[in-house]
Design a protein around this ligand. Structure first.
Ligand SMILES: Nc1ncnc2c1ncn2[C@@H]1O[C@H](COP(=O)(O)OP(=O)(O)OP(=O)(O)O)[C@@H](O)[C@H]1O
Length: 318
């Protein structure tokens, strides 16, 4: 199936010379929830702003639902709803008026039945006559989403949808995003909460220093890069790793209190039996043992760190 968004060779150098995006290729599949992750300043908002037609790319092309975002701006824009990072919510207007007005801005004919359905879906129906400024933070966020969906776009961008939102509200938001996807909307979100991507996304893209360094199915990613860790609390601390454990994927913790053994989740042979046998042969006793699976966060931090080390190495060589 043709992707709903297709970006090819997109670069952006801002006035003043800062290059925020470098040759980005990215395809978003129809109907998916795609999480774009990256550290502060990586270029996430720049990429979203280009796709939404708010920032002009320096080079490259983007198609949104088959429409070129520059040549065919109106058609492309009508397919897209954007909930920006900064929420402008100081309005005296009612929820109903704001959302209805927003639809009109896209030249869509009024459709009170659709607006009602939208407000109900976002649990805002009983607030339809309230002034926006009188709503709670969580409700304001939902109004922003209602505005972004008012013209019935197929694609919804959520730029950090749950920044500064409490845990309960965050869970509500996740549920709402899932239900939007079920109604056929493709969702692209940026987030700093890796847990959020882990919870919601079908696929994950990582952007770092303006480059897309990885795009993968979330489950595949976690299987491919996920590691398990077996940690043993030693009965007697050590000052160095004993020779009998040489050649195994095992490390001694800095305080000498724990042995940490890494193994591959998908590997049939973890080598743990051999590890435990060697411990026994060497009379190394342990008091406690537990395992931990690496999270998307571990994977993400590892990736960004590896990229940084690589860059520093290149810089020192040039
Ligand atoms: N209008 C602008 N002029 C010059 N530089 C800009 C402009 N907008 C963004 N930048 C720079 O481009 C880089 C990428 O910014 P961007 O907002 O896209 O990052 P981000 O990944 O969304 O970060 P965050 O997670 O902090 O929101 C940053 O270094 C930023 O300072």
């Amino acid at each position: 199936m043709e992707p709903i968004i297709s970006a090819r060779g997109v670069s952006k150098t801002y006035q003043g010379g800062f290059t925020a995006l470098r040759d980005v290729d990215l395809e978003i599949r129809r109907g998916e929830i795609f999480a774009l992750l990256g550290p502060n300043g990586a270029g996430k908002t720049t990429l979203i702003s280009i796709i939404c037609g708010i920032v002009n790319p320096s080079s490259g092309t983007v198609l949104a639902d088959g429409h070129d975002i520059i040549r065919d701006y109106r058609a492309a824009r009508s397919r897209i709803g954007l909930v920006p990072q900064e929420l402008a919510t100081d309005s005296f207007e009612s929820v109903w008026a704001t959302v209805t007005f927003s639809r009109g801005l896209f030249g869509r004919a009024p459709d009170p039945a659709y607006i009602e359905k939208l407000l109900r879906q976002l649990s805002l129906w009983d607030k339809k006559d309230s002034r926006i400024m009188a709503l709670s933070g969580g409700m304001k966020r939902r109004v922003m989403i209602a505005k972004a969906l008012s013209h019935e776009p197929k694609i919804l961008f959520l730029d950090e949808p749950t920044a500064g939102v409490d845990v309960e509200l965050r869970r509500d938001m996740w549920q709402m995003v899932h239900s939007l996807r079920e109604s056929g909307v493709t969702i692209i979100l940026t987030t700093h909460y890796i847990e959020e991507a882990e919870e919601m996304a079908d696929r994950v893209g990582v952007i770092n220093h303006g480059r897309v360094v990885l795009v993968d199915d979330k489950r595949t990613l976690m299987q491919k890069m996920g590691e398990k860790e077996l940690s043993l609390q030693l009965a007697r601390p050590m000052d160095k790793l004993p020779k009998s454990l040489a050649g195994l994927p095992v490390k001694l913790s800095e305080d000498g209190q724990r042995l940490i053994y890494h193994f591959d989740i998908k590997s049939g042979d973890t080598g743990i039996t051999d590890f435990l046998r060697r411990l026994n042969d060497a009379n190394i006793d342990f008091r406690d043992l537990h395992t931990r699976e690496s999270s998307l966060e571990d994977i993400f931090v590892g990736l960004v760190r590896a990229e940084r080390d690589e860059r520093l190495k290149e810089e020192s060589q040039s």
